[in-house]
Write a protein of this length. Structure first.
Ligand code: ASP
Length: 438
C-alpha cells in the first residue's frame, strides 16, 4: 500500500512537470490550443467523468454513514453550527487577506489611460464572445446576492432528491441524506442491517476511488497540456500577470500558513505533515478545478492517510465541498478590486468591506465546479458598483471581467486546491472535537 502511494506521488509529480513543459512547447511551436482541445477532452474522460460518476452515490452513502454514526440530533446541531462558524470564519479571513494584498500590491495601478481603455475593450470582446458563460453572468448580475441565496434556500429543501441528484445539485442530496441518516440512527435495532449495508457500500466506494486515482497522473498531464497550451506561461506578464501573482501569493499564504496553523491550533496536529498526507486530494483538486468532483478522493484521503474519523469526514467534507470555498473567496476579492484599480476608481474603506463580505457570500453561493467563482464574481463587482453609485461615482462595466477570463482556468486550479485543503482541515478539527466512537 505504502509503495503504491509513493509510486502515485512520483507519477503525479512527473505529470505536473511534463504537462507544463509539453503545454508550453505546444503553445510556442503551434500557437494557442482551442478551449475544448483533445487534451481537455481526454482529461475529462479519464479523470473528471469517473469522479463525477461516483460523486452523487458517494455523497448519499457517506453522509448517511456519517450522520448515522453521530446519531444524536442535538450533537449534530451543535456540530453543524460549529462547522458553519469555522467555514464562515475561514472564508472571511481569506477574503480579507485577498483585499489587503490587492490593496497593498495594487496590480491594476499605473496604467496609462490608453492602455487601460485597450484592456477594457479586449475584456468586453472576451466577455461578449464567451457564449457559455454569458447567460449565467448576466443572470447573476441581475439577480445579485439575494437571487443567489434564494437559489441556495430552494436547494436546501429539495422537492425531489432524485431531481437534485440528476441535476448534480449536491446541497439537496446532502440534506436528504442527513434526514435519512438520522432516521437510520433513530431506528435502533430495526435499522441495524441497513446501517451495515451502508457501511459496506461506503467501503466499496473507497476501493473504486482508489482505482480512479490511478488515472490521476494521466488526467493531470492532459489538463495541464490543454490549459498551458491555451494560455501559455507568458500570460504571467503585465498587469494581468501581476494580478495572477497577487492571487497566487494570497492562496499560498492561506494554504501554507493560515490553514496549517489552524490545524496545529485546533486539531493539535502538525498541519504541514497533514497537508502532505492528503496530497492526492489536493492534486486532484488542482487537476480537475472542481471541489465537487474531488470530493470522493478527499473523503478517501482524509479517512485513510489523513487519519480523520469517517464520521467527521463524512459530515464535514460533503458540506465543505459545496459551501466552504476559501480559495474562491480570496480570489473574488482580489479579482473584483483589481478590475476597479484598472478602471482608475478609488475605493473607500466601506467599499472594501462590501467587497470582503460579498466575496465571502459569493463564494458560499458558488458551486464546487470549474469557473463557478468567475461567474459569481459579477455579484461582487455589482455590489461595489451599487456603493459607488450611491456616492455619485461612475461605476465600472461588468464586462471588465472579460480581461481575466482568459487566465481564469489556471487560477481556478490553484484556488480549488485551497478550497479542498480548507475542507480537509475542517475534517481534521472536527475529528478531534467529536467524542470518540464507542
Ligand atoms: N472551481 C472551484 C471549486 O470547485 C470554484 C471556483 O470556480 O472558484 O472549488
Amino acid at each position: 500500500m505504502a509503495n503504491h502511494g509513493k509510486l502515485q506521488t512520483i507519477l503525479i509529480l512527473c505529470a505536473l512537470v511534463l504537462g507544463v513543459a509539453v503545454g508550453e512547447w505546444i503553445f510556442r511551436s503551434q500557437g494557442a490550443l482551442p478551449v475544448e482541445s483533445g487534451w481537455i477532452f481526454t482529461g475529462n474522460l479519464l479523470l473528471l467523468r469517473p469522479l463525477q460518476m461516483i460523486l452523487i452515490p458517494l455523497v448519499v452513502v457517506a453522509v448517511m454513514h456519517g450522520i448515522a454514526s453521530i446519531g444524536d440530533p442535538k450533537q449534530l446541531g451543535k456540530l453543524g453550527l460549529l462547522v458553519a462558524g469555522f467555514y464562515l470564519g475561514c472564508m472571511l479571513c481569506a477574503a480579507t487577506l485577498g483585499t489587503v494584498l490587492v490593496e497593498t500590491i495594487r496590480p491594476g495601478d499605473g496604467l496609462s489611460p490608453e492602455l487601460s481603455a485597450q484592456l477594457l475593450a479586449t475584456g468586453e470582446g472576451a466577455y461578449q464572445s464567451d457564449a457559455t458563460r454569458l447567460a449565467t453572468l448576466t443572470a447573476n448580475e441581475s439577480t445579485g446576492i439575494t437571487g443567489a441565496f434564494k437559489g441556495i434556500l430552494q436547494q436546501l429543501l429539495p422537492k425531489s432528491p432524485l431531481g437534485e441528484a440528476a441535476a448534480g445539485n449536491t446541497i439537496g442530496v446532502i440534506v436528504f441524506s442527513i434526514f435519512l441518516g438520522l432516521g437510520l440512527a433513530a431506528g435502533g435495532e430495526r435499522t441495524a442491517r441497513a446501517r451495515e449495508v451502508i457501511d459496506g457500500l461506503f467501503q466499496a466506494m473507497l476501493c473504486v476511488i482508489q482505482w480512479i486515482l490511478w488515472m490521476m497522473p494521466i488526467g493531470l498531464f492532459c489538463f495541464l497540456v490543454g490549459i498551458v497550451g491555451r494560455v501559455g506561461l507568458g500570460s504571467v506578464a503585465g498587469p494581468v500577470g501581476a494580478y495572477m501573482l497577487t492571487v497566487l501569493l494570497g492562496l499560498a499564504i492561506h494554504g501554507f500558513l493560515i490553514l496549517p496553523l489552524l490545524a496545529c491550533f485546533f486539531a493539535r496536529t502538525n498541519g504541514w505533515s497533514f497537508m502532505w498526507s492528503v496530497r492526492k486530494a489536493l492534486f486532484t483538486g488542482f487537476a480537475t478545478s472542481s471541489s465537487n468532483a474531488t470530493l470522493p478522493v478527499t473523503v478517501r484521503e482524509c479517512t485513510g492517510p489523513g487519519g480523520c474519523s469517517p464520521r467527521a469526514t463524512n459530515f464535514v467534507i460533503p458540506l465543505g465541498a459545496t459551501l466552504n470555498l476559501d480559495g474562491t473567496a480570496l480570489y473574488e476579492a482580489v479579482a473584483a478590486l483589481f478590475l476597479f484599480q484598472l478602471c482608475g476608481v478609488d475605493l473607500t474603506t466601506s467599499d472594501l468591506v462590501i467587497a470582503v463580505l460579498t466575496a465571502t457570500l459569493a463564494a458560499i453561493g458558488a458551486a464546487g465546479i470549474p469557473s463557478a467563482g468567475l461567474v459569481t464574481l459579477v455579484i461582487v463587482v455589482a455590489a461595489v458598483n451599487t456603493s459607488l453609485e450611491g456616492r455619485g461615482v461612475e461605476k465600472i462595466p461588468v464586462s471588465a471581467i472579460g480581461i481575466i477570463i482568459g487566465v481564469d482556468r489556471l487560477l481556478d486550479m490553484a484556488r480549488t486546491t485551497i478550497n479542498v485543503w480548507g475542507d480537509c482541515v475542517g475534517a481534521k478539527i472536527v475529528t478531534r472535537l467529536l467524542p470518540r466512537e464507542t
